[in-house]
Design a protein around this ligand. Sequence first.
Ligand code: ADP
Length: 520
Amino acid sequence: MIAQEEQILQTYFGYETFRPGQKQTIDNVIQGANTLSVMPTGGGKSLCYQIPGLTLDGTAIIISPLISLMKDQVDALQSLGVHATYINSSLSGREQQIRLDDMTAGRYKFVYVAPERFESPIFINALKQVSLSLIAFDEAHCISQWGHDFRPSYRSIVPNLQKLPNLPVIMALTATATGEVISDICALLQIGNDRVVNTGFERENLAFHIVKGKDKSTYVRSFLAEHTGESGIIYTATRKQTDSLYDLLSKRGISVAKYHAGLSEEERKQAQAAFIHDETTVMIATNAFGMGIDKSNVRFVIHYAMPMTIESYYQEAGRAGRDGEHSDCILLFSPQDIQLQKFLIEQSLMDDVAKQGEYRKLQAMINYCHTHSCLTSFILDYFNDNPTGGNTCGRCSNCLHRQERVDLTEEAQMILSCVKRMGERFGVGMTAKVLKGSRDRKIADFGLDKISTYGLLSAYTEKELTEWIHFLTAEQLLATEEGKFPTLKLNRNSVEVLKGERTVWMYTAPIPTHGEADYK
Ligand code: ADP
């Protein structure tokens, strides 16, 4: 006999089998155990609360910060003949009251609400009178201050839940959670360690690419010419960049839409609808676009500039390929991107401690752009989740360009010894200048033109030297102390390289060899 949940999967939703993690999550919840599910985007988290919601008696409350998604989910459930509704600020006060009354009368199996709803005593009182089947926290990482999208209103639900005498089983679902976010969610929502269902983050249909040293708009134009008719998103770092890229591409007759917070609600709605319905295949947008966009056939996501954190990069890039088909996630990197992100951190209203945290995350993002290791593994490692055990994905740009390997050990030794001679007190820019033998006033002011490593790699451009220093940092062969002006420091790996106990391989075009030098 097929278990009840399998029957619901087949008869209601028309799917044959569960995806990884779905059954375990559903079983936990039906047994009454609070549960956290970490599944990649497109992994099928909605079914994890929809099936228990249909199986258990009473009303399921789904809390989601994504107002735009609520209506779609409710429409989908209603089309399956399920009584579902949403209550949020997009409705008139009267309509909200009607739905609240219907909820109190137990007429719904599912009620979707935004976190702010829990600040309303009327809503809490109504909840007390309903027989509840479960409460689900969608996008649960927003509850944690360690998460990249912390929402205080989400966290403040927790004390309000204690007021419910009829508190049902609680579920938390997210696609992005680091170890510390997972612990935070579990502590807050009283979820036992053995009730964390973590299927990992890896999306095997996504291929990550880093593109450097190319003119970005030329790259985008030729990429689009080769991918006509394919749906894709191009994320820019600023509204201004969205506008200018939009103008440039539309002038060339390419059908594009744009979306950012500076446009009117109507303009945004239209652009979004045109993209969702495939009337315009390419969307140019800031990160204001995408939360709650459920479009399955996005074939590529291009980042026109480096975002601030790996969390936001993975979430934005992860909007590609929700249908499971092969899709590309391309990051166009230029060194100016780093300056812009630092500027944004400095401009923010965060206190110094929070800024320090952001600098740490930014450094990881910079490392991603400079690593020569597998990009997929880099991301999985970042989230403490590496099911490939350090293996390579074979799909990313680093894996695909692995054949051109050069030995950079000598140059690395020169760089590391220069960092040491400079007293481990300076950043990437100054170190590159010293190695180049730059006549910059600052170098002379600090007396750095007198040290033995001054001009040691003068055959290279400052840009190349900067790139190598970033590469050594990304490969953990050199450490940085985070902050607005991160200083370079040696670590245990650096010492191994300096002692000649470790070879440094680089996977790019060959570098000319050098004569002997006093650098050790
Ligand atoms: P998430 O919220 O995890 O990003 P969704 O719940 O939106 O993902 O599901 C993504 C897609 O996968 C949806 O179209 C959904 O109908 C489909 N899906 C979910 N579970 C299954 C399953 N067991 N078999 C096939 N398709 C599924």
